[in-house]
Design a protein around this ligand. Sequence first.
Ligand code: APR
Ligand code: PHB
Length: 390
Amino acid sequence: MKTKVGIIGGGPSGLMLSQLLDLKGIDNIVLEKHSREYVLGRIRAGVLEHGFAELMREANCGERMDAEGEIHEGFYIAEGGEKRRVDLAGHTGGNSVVVYGQTELTRDLYDARAKMNGNVIHNVEDVQLHDLKSDAPYITYRSGDDIIRIDCDYVIGADGFHGVSRKSIPKDVLREYEKVYPFGWLGVLSRTKPVSPELIYAKSERGFALCSLRSQVLSRYYIQVPLTDSVEDWSDEAFWDELKARLPQDVADQLETGPSIEKSIAPLRSFVAEPMRYGNLFLAGDAAHIVPPTGARGLNSAASDIYYLYHAMVDHYQNGDDTGLEKYSEKALARVWKAQRFSWWMTTLLHTFPDSIPYDQKLQQTDMEYLFSSEAALTSLAENYVGLPF
Ligand code: APR
Ligand code: PHB
């Protein structure tokens, strides 16, 4: 097989790029390790920044998001029995975020690919990347007993943190930066009415908690837990009790509880791989960087990678201009690091660190007091949360 752009990974990054390129007549193939059902079974975050929502519309995939997603113009930070609102719109000249599940968004992208007869190949095994430094790179994968070869101009590594693409870059070229946090998030999805129409990020001495939602009848809650905990340690009842203990009393009193539909623990990690280009391989999304979920930046840092790659490919194929491809890594990383800084900051502000010394706790307290005493600090939080420009 032959194509222009070979995309590894059928998560949001790979599918979005495939859809955008196809709309510009740029031939591409997506290779996904798992089935569509498996990919759509993963419960992921649910906040889209304005720029990502725009990209969905540009990809002709925004219809259901616009009909079913909720525009949020603010959120709350709770501490010490009180909750204070962060007015996103007021601090960003009217900007907002869209609450729409990443699972739904991925479904929309798959449907759009199917409608255009996009070439998305599932259940590919043993994907390998070859001759990345040459003008004729190619990808191989196994399908049953057959080894299939795809020749292409460019390879996109959009295969997530555990994918094969980043690992195909020689160790002496790749530099990895990583920070692992000493806790995880235990998340519960429940068919209950959300406790608040806007998200509540809660800091408490017992640890962080988050009240989020997917719709008016579907809630998503999280609590910070030690890395040594497992899901089996947490009955639904224990989860609800602990969540309530971390929320202001009036919020806890209104919390509707019910059986969990999904319950999982995710460790928190910050990670960046540099450079994001090696020869004719370009990394995008979780394949190149991970953020802790506190600032809702995961999908959104993937969005800017896709935006830059999409425009670079269009410039290459339609205008013979390679500046975008040459500048990709540098440009993408500049925004990636800003999302890293913000996610690290919000994580540090709101969580309980088991190894913190009294000095750290004083700084954390001061950070919070400063935030709500300064319009400049609130503006900084708001502009990062709604998403810095691409
Ligand atoms: N070959 C083919 N596909 C692979 C391989 C491989 N060797 N390894 C992984 N994949 C697939 C995974 O099965 C997955 O479907 O690549 C896809 C990567 O998708 P994601 O992990 O969702 O990463 P990405 O598309 O970059 O999405 C950005 O935003 O909210 C955050 O972390 C969250 O996934 C989210 C991310
Ligand atoms: C979620 O709804 O899953 C969610 C929302 C906001 C975050 C993280 C996760 O910061």
